[in-house]
Design a protein around this ligand. Sequence first.
Ligand SMILES: Cc1ncc(COP(=O)(O)O)c(C=O)c1O
Length: 401
Amino acid sequence: MTATLLHGDRNVVGVVTSGGTESCLLPVKTYRDYGRRARGIRRPNMVIPETAHVAWEKGAEYFGVKAVHAPLDDDWRVDAGAVKKLVNRNTVMILGSAPDYPHGIVDPITELGRIALETGTPLHVDACLGGDILPFAEMLGYDIPAWDYRVPGVTSISADTHKYGFSAKGASVLTYRNIEMMKHQMFVYENWPGGVFASPALLGTRPGGAYAAAWAAMQAMGVEGYKAITKETMEAAKRLIDGINGIPELEVIGRPNASVFSYRSVDRDVNIYAVGDLMEKKGWHIDRLQRPEALHAMVTPLHAGVVDAYLDDLAQAVSTARAKPELALRGGAAMYGMIANIPLRGMVRKNILEMFAGMYGPDAKMIDPASAGINDDEAGEVPLAEKAAAFYLKLRERFRR
Ligand SMILES: Cc1ncc(COP(=O)(O)O)c(C=O)c1O
């Protein structure tokens, strides 16, 4: 079903995996091994957009493939010219997203396909987010740039059923243009006392329940069902994007292709993270981005009924953030501001690892959900945020000096 949606021919093959991350990790291993076996590459690198999902960084770290980051063009898509310059004889794969997680924008897959063919480098399209919405948006007549197997040069695509396929969590589909390439993904160990072992994907025992649920969701929804919810989703996203662009202090980043987008402040008196905190106080779940600092939204059909409420709350949050600039130094705003701006990135890493050790160590405390919201003056502040804010102020002082 997924191969058909992606316009693959009968040679397109694949595996069901446990989620987007597994569908990103595996191509790194596959193409590393293909590069080694077919092209003798010993010090592999992969050229990925700056906006590639972080799962690709994980793949790079796990499989020992250096991630080379390509910058974005003026439209917030990966700069194909830069990709071309970065590909060298040790490049085992190129990546494009359809769309990327941070800004919801499809990379120039046709241009990347050309580079892939010219240089003989595999090209993976990470459509974990878009794989089960872009095909239906196209069927509905939305203008979607080419990104699937119709693009020459694309060698594999990941598409998550547990995102816009609306199945239970724990299922994604990773496809390859042909079985020859996918063979490099397979693991076989013939000398294990437990028996000859072979597995097509990353896990040993796999979450069959989630896979069955994904299959059932696809059967139940059918093409017409997906088209109906895609229409609702796309319309809700468009109303939100237009509404946010109508707030003078804010701007949606680039021109998102589907239902995921981000927005930032274009007014130096409005701190976008403070806006995020105020929105959370009103009960919205807000994801924060960095580089540039922005807030993020992922729209589903459930949001169609709350577009106006979101926009009203956002307009109010923007005027409160402007009226109370001190909010930028409190709670979540201070913490996210610190994380985004600390020049010594190693310190961020160190602090997060310490926090993890606190969470998972023997003295771990459960976070009290009642106090986990971002509070202002009256109620008890989030201890972590408070600590982070104090740390940020100290750092700022140090750098000023
Ligand atoms: C583009 C993209 N790739 C990969 C992933 C990783 O997916 P998962 O969270 O299912 O592991 C995500 C998650 O949001 C994503 O947006």
